[in-house]
Design a protein around this ligand. Structure first.
Ligand code: SIN
Length: 292
């Protein structure tokens, strides 16, 4: 193998890595290089990877334990592997809005690894936005205020029985979540445990309000942040090809699956990496069950 090559794809975040076959059992030194690129570039991409579900699981486990999604059933033989499918007859898609995966959990996932199985003839790209660059672009005064705040996150809007996913995505195996959706509090600004870099940690899909504020009081500042955080200068865009893989850091990246391929099928497989238990990687040590 000629060695890992890294090409940035945009100014704020994103790099394409080549010279590696993810289906193989890679040496620890190469995993360390990939991990370094993941932390530095926040989202990394690979092309032309022939990965079985077993191989995708094995690669994901090199970075931490894999999450089993509480509301979307995984593959029968591989509960950690979520099949993200939009059938030609589906009108909405999974992930079609800016979000950070699993921020609604007590201990959110650190990363997601998405593999392209079948793609539409055109469209179906994914956008990513650096919440570290978004934070750094704010004034010191607003950053100082945000540093002191916590926010409430909930899966209710997406996964309750009346939620977007449950109602609209018949092609995904969305599990009934009425009454089971908890609320958790996370800091509005996360400090990355490995780099010390700060990033905003609120998102339109799962953040409902600031801790101690009403929803009405929270809305203007959340709306401002949601608008700010998707600024073009903070983003990169990935055009998928069959076998491509994207691996993003949910602690500092939002993503958005574009729904611009009506009448066509798109099939992806995702594994989601949790933090190591009792390890300094824990992204949100202050997480707690919301009281209100
Ligand atoms: C997701 O939100 O994990 C799905 C992203 C995609 O399908 O591009």
């Amino acid at each position: 193998m000629a060695g890992l090559r890294i090409h940035k794809v945009a100014g704020a975040l994103g790099a394409e890595l080549s010279g590696v076959d993810l289906s193989q059992t890679l040496p620890d030194s190469l995993i360390a290089e990939i991990r370094q690129a993941f932390i530095e570039h926040q989202v990394i991409f690979f092309r032309d990877q022939a990965l079985s579900p077993d191989q995708q699981v094995a690669f994901g486990r090199r970075f931490g334990p894999l999450n089993i999604h509480p509301y979307v059933a995984g593959m029968d033989e591989h509960p950690e592997v979520m099949e993200i499918v939009k059938e030609p007859s589906d009108r909405t898609n999974f992930g079609g809005g800016w979000h950070s995966d699993m921020s609604f959990l007590e201990t959110p996932a650190i990363g997601s690894i998405l593999h392209a199985i079948e793609l539409p003839d055109w469209g179906g790209d994914t956008l990513f936005s650096s919440q570290a660059v978004a934070y750094e672009a704010l004034t010191p005064a607003l950053r100082a205020t945000l540093d002191t705040l916590n926010a409430v996150h909930s899966a209710g809007r997406e996964y309750s029985a009346s939620g977007h996913s449950a109602q609209k995505r018949a092609s995904m195996k969305v599990v009934e979540a009425e009454g089971a959706v908890g609320e958790y509090i996370h800091p509005v600004v996360l400090t990355h445990p490995e780099t010390g870099r700060k990033a905003l940690y609120v998102n339109p899909a799962f953040t409902t309000k600031f801790e101690g504020w009403s929803k009405r009081e929270s809305k203007p500042l959340l709306d401002f942040l949601f608008e700010h955080c998707r600024s073009e200068a903070f983003t990169c865009r990935f055009q998928w090809s069959p076998g491509a893989v994207a691996f993003w850091d949910n602690r500092s990246v939002w993503h958005y699956a574009l729904n611009d391929y009506p009448g066509q099928r798109r099939h992806m497989r995702r594994v989601t990496v949790d933090p190591m238990p009792a390890n300094s990687m824990d992204p949100v040590p202050h997480a707690q069950l919301a009281k209100a």
